[in-house]
Design a protein around this ligand. Sequence first.
Ligand code: ASP
Length: 423
Amino acid sequence: MKKIPLYARILIGMLIGGIFGIIAVYTNTGWIVDDWIKPFGVIFLKLLKLVAIPLIFASLITGISGLSDITKLSRIGFKTLLFYIFTTIVAVTIGLLFVTTFKPGQSFPEEKRIELLSKYSQVLETKTNVIEKTKSDGPLKFIVEIVPDNIVASASNNSNMLQIIFFAILFGVAIVVLKSPKVEIVRDFISGINDIILKIIDFIMYFAPIGVMALLAGLIVDYSGNNPSQSLKLFETLGYYALVVILGLLFLGFVIYPTFLRIFAKFPFKNFYKEMFPVHLVAFSTSSSAATLPVTMEQVEKGLGVRNEIASFVLPVGVTVNMDGTSLYQAVAAVFIAQVFGIEMTFFHFLTILFTATLASIGTAAVPGAGVVMLVIVLNAAGIPVEGLALILAIDRPLDMIRTVINVTSDAMIAVIIDRNEK
Ligand code: ASP
């Protein structure tokens, strides 16, 4: 088993999971998957999330405290943010170009529109409630949220990653400034913890093929329920829209990113994709860039040779704020809904979508299904009916899996670019 490379083992796991799932759906034995297979997927996900916070903490402090001076950190930080915004804007623009060229919503059947709107209106209500709650917050709330008032409380919730990053940066900078023997001990201690966490991730990755197999089998069973033919029909109805999203994502991943890698880092994209393959498989099966982070960090450092001081900063921040796949998807979805409702799109609409999809993807949590919730912001700003969300909810999960792959790819690409730039 050891001779087979990791990506191949995960791939085999996915295949077996897919087959299990399909058999269970067609033989009406979904309960077996739910009771006896899916739990292993849940364990895998929990293990990944378990190491995320300690990893960010130890890795970021180790990275920063290894820097000779602080100016380098602010330079890396500035370049990183610039690249995040730049790639996100490129992603939204591609989404807009694809959706206006292929027009997936233009010939959408009227009866399907009515059917989907009534069928998913309840699910929609719960999604929009979440947004309504956050809408009452002021415009600077997200900056206030980055600063923790209790580090133990922050560490107790995986969605507070930015707060942990904030504290780790403060901690690391203080170590660099102090440079005393007492402080050196702390630095070495945390660096030791970092090594331990990396080893734990190695252990978890041994379990990845089984975890991924279980996740995928569970996903197929949950998605199809007891009526596989109905789920297939949904694909027929929303297939063209889904295809446009997928084409846009593939174009970004296989045309734009290789070009960026060549221009900004002179890095061969074949090597990049080879090393990133296991990360892609985990992102695809978990639909969460946050859960994938430990694997991304490992591959980017060990496989792509990005220095720890860069990867430990660029990747965790990227996971929370840089989501190219999500922003492209939000642009396509917004215009698709507008097309179905027969709303004439003006240049102003497109500009609003460009601006809000960029912001919304920054605010999107790196967990499954978060992108579609934040889409409400884009729809609201562009004056597109929010009920339209009901049209696309049914097919969100498979698209989420693919956009998550692009989200993690973008983070890794930027890490490589910054690393090469700093050499
Ligand atoms: N699932 C995505 C991620 O974790 C976010 C989204 O829903 O678009 O990157």
